[in-house]
Each structure stands twice: as structure tokens, then as C-alpha cells.
Design a protein around this ligand. Structure first.
Ligand code: BG6
Length: 508
């Protein structure tokens, strides 16, 4: 394995994301030898920290990953801190000097990765200064990783994109959607394209409906200020849910590479039906959580949370029915659902297959017996987190003299040990970026199309300032309206709490 030579400059180096995700991910790459001697990190932020303080912070953020303090110290010695005001041109000159010096000292071949983990309103200013002050004049590659949110609607996203494009080419821009770094999200393609069993039936002839649930039991935590401006639709649907949907719905790519996969994803996103206000009301549900219990503990309602406007109409839950108007998916509803303070953390995809065309087993006059003879639809479930794996429900025969159908589940879950050893999403994504592979990052055309769909829903909701927002008690799976959405079509949400895993202490 060849070590990656690179200078990583993190804007927002003192922030929560850097400490919780970036430093531990870089450390894991270091432990695996992907980063070795020839790398350096500059952390920038406004605070006047010294290199020593910064290194201590880095060391403490990796303390639970390392066997020895020595190793953590050796890693942290590659980190440098530069107090930085993003609007001050002189500060970029200082940054350039430091960058050139580290380049030489560590032999970084002029490769530079800029990680923007700050407010998106500053991205334009930062990238322009990087160019005007000569930070992009080194010999190697120049790449930029951009954290979400990428804009707050289509217009702001487009403006942001244009600003970044004035400096970086699309191929140098890596827009993060951390869901694309998750093991089981990447596994969607394996399940689909490595099993003739599935790909042959992956269409509207055999699939009744698709359900995507991104349930969280957490609330808004310390991010209420951001969240109250954003809401679940922008926070989770525009990015994560549409990415998952695109991977499920895309046609098989001609080759398993960045360009071909991206083209297919974009085509799928473009085929999603756009809704007018009336259709939004019919197909989308928003709701807010009110006080309720999760695992015996009482949680307050959203409007009572600190930093949330007590009059807030921001949704903490969204459910929706989408249609993909192409030959493969015509007529198949894709139900999506996400929310805070739901029953438990459970990110899952359920592919519900059509029932057999004729029920051969329904020969009893007794209603109860008739139900016992009704084949359940086959369901393929992809468990994304916290447990990882997949299951397929089938129908068998109950052992015994009578002919009763018995639903059985072929269940495969990764063990806790495997999960603990899988690279974290950020680790994978940073390594991809260092290798120049943009497959698991979002292209502008994907982002723009998702915003266009989300904007229509948002506009319809914002135009209605008076109807009460439905509510759901903390600890439930959303308001009744979200259940009606499927019942209207004769379906039900397949997702059920993961009792077995809870009882075995495998769920937090
Ligand atoms: C983030 C959202 O993008 O994803 C958060 O901003 C959310 O609100 C998080 O909690 C969920 O990510 P994960 O990996 O915990 O499912």
C-alpha cells in the first residue's frame, strides 16, 4: 500500500465535526499506513490556539482508538494550527507560507486537500482567497471537500456551486454525503448487481413498493439553532434519502465506475415525479414530536427544546410517497420516512415484492384458516444501521399434518465484531478523495435535482401558514397520517423495532 502524500487544510479545525469525525478518521488511516510520514494537517479557525493546544485536542479526540500515547503523539506531531479570519487576505498569505514550508519539510509533492467544515456562507470567500493568494499554485493536485448543507434551496445551492466552480473544476469538488460512506449503503449495489435473483425482478412487474426509513431516536441535541431553520426535509431527505433512493432505483451502470454510476443515479433522480401544491398535500406528511417516552425515559417536545422557537412550524418528521416515472418503476410507490425522537435508531430499506398472482392455498371456508393460508409478500430488507446486513422473508410450510403457510426469514447480519472493525464512513470517504475517486460523493447534477424536488415540497408547506402541523409522541414512529399514506394504497410500513437486537444489548 502506497502512503498518500498530502497537505490537508481544515477550515473549522476546532469544530465538533473535526474532533468527532475527521481526526479519528485520519488517525485510522494513519494506523493502517495510508497516511504515514508524508502528510501534514493545518487546522484553522478563529480561536488563537497554539500548535501545542491543537495537538492536545487532536490527541484527545483519538484517545479511545490508540493503544499507545506515543502513537497518538507521533500522529499529532503532523498537525499545525493557524488562527485564521476567512475574510482577511493577509491570513491567507500566512497560510500559504506555512503550506509551502510543510510541503517541503514533509515531501508532500504539492498535493493539497482543503476541507471546508464551516458555515457554507463562507465557502465562496474561502475558495476565492485560496486562488487569489496563490495557495493553488503548488505542483500536485488541489481538491476541496465540502460539508453539507450544500445550499438551503436550489437557488442558494446554484450560487454556491458557481462560486466554487470559478476556482475548482467539478472533478476537484468532493461534496460529502456521509451516507455514501456507509458500508451497507455501498452494499446496495452488491445486493442488486451481484445477484441475478434480485436484478431480474428489480422492477414494477415484481415489486409492489419500496420503503426507506431513516429513523432516529436522538432529538436535535445541541444543533437546535441550525435545525429549526432547516427541518427534516432539508436535513435528511434532500441529501441522504435521495441518495439512497437513487442507488436503489438506478439502472445497472455500464461499468462500476464513478462516471457510469453517476449518470445512472442522475437519470433516476430526474425521473422522480414533481408535485404541485395539491399533490404535495396528498403525498407528503410533516410532523413535530411532542413529549413522550423512549426506553422508559420522558423527553420533552420539540417546541420546548432550547433554542427552538415555541411557535416553530419546523418539521422534525417527514413521510412521503414518490413515483419514478420511467419504464422500470412506473406505478411503484417509493415511501420514505425520517424523523427525530422516533422509537429507536433504525435505518432500513424494505423492498416489498408482489404477492403471487393466485393463492393456491385458500381452500378453507373458515376465515381464520383462510388468513393462515394467505402468503405474505416476500420482503428484502437491507439493514443499514445500527445493525448491518440483509434479510429475505419467504413462505414455507408449518411442520405438521395440516397445510399451513409459515413465513420464514433468511437473516444475515454482520456481527458486532465486524461492525466495530469496519472503517467509519468519513474514513472511507477521505481515503476515496485522497485517491481521486469521486464515486461516493455527490455530483452537482444530483444535488441540483434533489433541491428542485425538495423546493416544491417546501414551497407548498411554506405557503400554508395556518393549518396545524401534525404531531407524534416521542418514542413513536410518527403521526397517524404517515401510516395512512400507505394504508390508502393497501400497504403498511414493514419496519418493526429490532426486539432481538435490543434484548441482546446490540442497540444503543
Ligand atoms: C446528518 C443530519 O446529516 O445526519 C443529522 O444533519 C442526523 O440531523 C445525521 O442526525 C444522521 O446520521 P447517522 O449517520 O447518524 O444516521
Amino acid at each position: 500500500m502506497k502512503e498518500k502524500k498530502v497537505l490537508i487544510t481544515i477550515f473549522g479545525g476546532t469544530g465538533d465535526l473535526a474532533q468527532r469525525k475527521l481526526y479519528p478518521s485520519l488517525f485510522r488511516l494513519y494506523q493502517k499506513g495510508q497516511l504515514k510520514e508524508s502528510f501534514a494537517v493545518i487546522g484553522t479557525a478563529r480561536r488563537p490556539w497554539s500548535n501545542e493546544t491543537y495537538r492536545e485536542v487532536v490527541m484527545s479526540s483519538v484517545s479511545n482508538l490508540t493503544a499507545s500515547e506515543q502513537q497518538a503523539a507521533a500522529f499529532a506531531s503532523h498537525f499545525y494550527y493557524q488562527s485564521h479570519d476567512v475574510n482577511d487576505t493577509n491570513h491567507y498569505d500566512t497560510l500559504k507560507k506555512l503550506a509551502n514550508q510543510l510541503d517541503e519539510e514533509y515531501g508532500l509533492a504539492g498535493n493539497r486537500l482543503f476541507y471546508l467544515a464551516m458555515s457554507p456562507s463562507l465557502f465562496g470567500t474561502i475558495v476565492h482567497h485560496l486562488q487569489s493568494q496563490g495557495l493553488l499554485e503548488s505542483d500536485g493536485y488541489h481538491r476541496v471537500i465540502i460539508e453539507k448543507p450544500f445550499g438551503t434551496d436550489y437557488q442558494t445551492a446554484e450560487k454556491l456551486n458557481n462560486e466554487i466552480n470559478e476556482v475548482f473544476d467539478e472533478s476537484e469538488i468532493y461534496r460529502i454525503d456521509h451516507y455514501l460512506g456507509k458500508e451497507m449503503i455501498q452494499s446496495i449495489s452488491a445486493v442488486r448487481f451481484a445477484n441475478s435473483l434480485f436484478e431480474a425482478v428489480w422492477n414494477n412487474r415484481y415489486i409492489d413498493n419500496v420503503q426507506i426509513s431513516l429513523a432516529e431516536n436522538l432529538g436535535v441535541e445541541e444543533r437546535a439553532g441550525y435545525y429549526d431553520q432547516s427541518g427534516a426535509l432539508k436535513d435528511m431527505v434532500q441529501n441522504h434519502i435521495f441518495q439512497v433512493l437513487a442507488l436503489l432505483a438506478m439502472d445497472p451502470p455500464a461499468a462500476f465506475n464513478e462516471e457510469e454510476i453517476r449518470n445512472e443515479k442522475i437519470k433516476a433522480l430526474r425521473a422522480i415525479r414533481m408535485y404541485d401544491a395539491e399533490e404535495v398535500a396528498k403525498n407528503f406528511v410533516r410532523a413535530q414530536y411532542v413529549q413522550g417516552k423512549i426506553s422508559g425515559r420522558t423527553y420533552k417536545g420539540y417546541k420546548e427544546e432550547d433554542q427552538v422557537n415555541p411557535e416553530s412550524r419546523t418539521e422534525t418528521f417527514v413521510a412521503g410517497r414518490l413515483f419514478i416515472d420511467n419504464f422500470r418503476w412506473s406505478g411503484v410507490p417509493f415511501y420514505i420516512r425520517t424523523g427525530k425522537r422516533m422509537t429507536e435508531k433504525g435505518t432500513r430499506i424494505n423492498i416489498v415484492f408482489k404477492s403471487v398472482p393466485i393463492n393456491l392455498f385458500n381452500h378453507s371456508f373458515d376465515e381464520e384458516e383462510q388468513n393462515a393460508q394467505k402468503p405474505e409478500p416476500n420482503v428484502l430488507t437491507i439493514y443499514i444501521q445500527p445493525t448491518e446486513g440483509f434479510s429475505l422473508s419467504l413462505n414455507g410450510k408449518e411442520v405438521g399434518p395440516n397445510f399451513n403457510l409459515l413465513p420464514v426469514k433468511l437473516n444475515y447480519r454482520n456481527s458486532a465484531e465486524i461492525i466495530a472493525n469496519t472503517p467509519e464512513a468519513y474514513e472511507k470517504l477521505i481515503l476515496d478523495c485522497l485517491s481521486g475517486d469521486g464515486t461516493n460523493f455527490t455530483h452537482w447534477h444530483e444535488v441540483s435535482q434533489s433541491w428542485k424536488i425538495v423546493d416544491q415540497i417546501r414551497q407548498a408547506w411554506d405557503a400554508d401558514t395556518t393549518s396545524p402541523i401534525p404531531t407524534y409522541a416521542a418514542g413513536t414512529m410518527g403521526p397517524d397520517e404517515a401510516f395512512h399514506l400507505l394504508q390508502e394504497d393497501g400497504f403498511n410500513w414493514v419496519w418493526q423495532p429490532d426486539h432481538w437486537y435490543r434484548e441482546h444489548g446490540e442497540l444503543s
